[in-house]
Design a protein around this ligand. Sequence first.
Ligand code: 5GP
Ligand code: ZN
Length: 136
Amino acid sequence: MADNCIFCKIANGEIPSRTVYEDDDFRAILDLGPATKGHTLILPKVHADNLYELPDKIGERLIPVAKGVAGLLKQKLTCAGLNLVQNNGEAAGQTVNHFHLHIIPRYENDGQKILWNPTKPADEELDAVLSAIMGK
Ligand code: 5GP
Ligand code: ZN
């Protein structure tokens, strides 16, 4: 656990939360500022600031746990769709520096937009990006 990390305290049960799922490695809780009904956060019990720091053994379990929670929300809330969102760094909208995966149930006309504005780069620009990532 990290000192003064609110999600460490919530994940490990020191601060009460509305828990919809728990196991040895994770706690899934209702978000206090939900985008939609049932907006859930999956918190690892071990502290990691973000994806870069997430231990692989926790990462390996994350999608199966998310799948289980997603199925629960779909069944119980009959949502029409669902978004997974995971923010890393202030520039990406991360406000709590303890890794968390958002599971956001979606409903017809729920008024939320979890989208981006597509750009239209030229082929050369895409090639330059590919070189930047893959080049030596
Ligand atoms: P981020 O922007 O870091 O990806 O998301 C942080 C999320 O945590 C926000 O959706 C916010 O509403 C939620 N949140 C912040 N503090 C608390 C808290 O104490 N309890 C719960 N359940 N959610 C919180
Ligand atoms: Zn923490």
